[in-house]
Design a protein around this ligand. Sequence first.
Ligand code: 5GP
Ligand code: SF4
Ligand code: MG
Length: 465
Amino acid sequence: CGIFGVVGVADAANFVALGLHALQHRGQEAGGIVTYDPEAGFQSARRFGYVRDNFTSQKVMETLPGSLGIGHVRYSTSGSKGQTAIRDVQPFFGEFAMGGAAIAHNGNITNANALRRELIGRGSIFQSSSDSECIIHLMARSLQQTIPERMEDALRRVEGAFSIVAMTRTKLIGVRDPLGVRPLVLGKLGDGYALSSETCALDIIGADFVREIEPGEMVVITEKGIQSHFPFRRQPSKFCIFEHVYFSRPDSILGGRSVYETREAIGRELAKEAPVDADMVCPVPDSGTPAAIGYSLESGIPYAMGIIRNQYMGRTFIEPTESIRNMGVRLKLNVNRALVRGKRIILVDDSVVRGTTSRKIKEMILDAGAAEVHFRIASPPTAWPCFYGVDTPDRDKLLAATMSEDEMREHLGVDSLKFISLNGLYRAVGEAEGRNKSCPQYCDACFSGEYPVVPSDKVESGFVM
Ligand code: 5GP
Ligand code: SF4
Ligand code: MG
């Protein structure tokens, strides 16, 4: 998901809508905005579909007055899978003795089922099936005096990954979980401030990037300034390495590094680790593009757009049902026949998850007369599901969980298949010494199976780590 908020600027909702539009790649199912204005009070609009189709009309934007606002773009990783209900669309709102608060959450709470059971047992009435709603109910039960303190109280009981943008009548609040799994950045916008999942959304509104919110940090921002503190026990950070590979936009800055440059470096590493004699390097667009450029630069094999992407389609994996995803490949990608005929092609993609995309693309490329197809993948084999906010299927649907690399090559029907090594990936994200085995610098659980937070709900329902 993507989260965004601003304080201290007139017509906050317009800025929030623009920010969410720049974060649309993080969630395409639905979006919502909440604002506060002293006369109008809290107002909200939550809709299915793209930001540009919902939050551009004057009719909607007029209903969201005020100089303080937050928003969320959703893709479901928990809750009602496949059929998001409007009641699951964030931001969520709660009315407390000291006033209202709205929150938008990116990540996944790994003990949400246990918390929900406990809260329902004690009388909480849940409105949604979302894991994020637990936070509101935990806040409601807290005995603290202020909303930020109640939020701290609540979040100390929550396990898993959370980046949060929240608001009260006067405050914009940002929090990252102690491991800092999901991103969150701070920007300055005129006299006001902005919080955003990624820096690309600061660019769109002309805000200056100030810094990242640190793992375990809570910032409380008013028109007067920023207060920062660290309410959780300090731990080594575990930022999601897959944000670098795929999830974030290539024009964002993560951990002081350009995502684009990291992806290009991944491609260079791949070319060193897995060279092959061929005529051209083609990306599977868009997610494989920077890595393909890196592979081409390192290997000296020309880069070409052998597959053309229809820009009017979204990200395939974000479409929640299998049948839509299957169709998605053809709706989205087409082979540039004239280019690939008779050629030995190196195809670069960011990841192989179920293998559906890769299989279809290989068929399309061979149909178009390619002589050879060599797959090069910009991440290690995805052998474990993510429980921290990136949607992955159950283990039995992950190709790499059920097959060896050789079996995968056979299954995909390609001439060769190579994944970047985990150490190569760490080098590409700037860790010259590679992965620190005793304390990995990132979360890489979907590749290594080493989960930095025990996914206790999943373990309870039978998941074997
Ligand atoms: P698959 O191998 O499952 O058919 O799809 C892989 C493609 O989906 C890749 O090109 C990648 O861009 C995209 N993708 C990236 N991350 C994920 C993810 O976490 N889950 C799924 N299902 N697809 C992803
Ligand atoms: Fe990121 Fe993978 Fe960790 Fe999920 S399991 S947070 S996708 S690195
Ligand atoms: Mg892709």
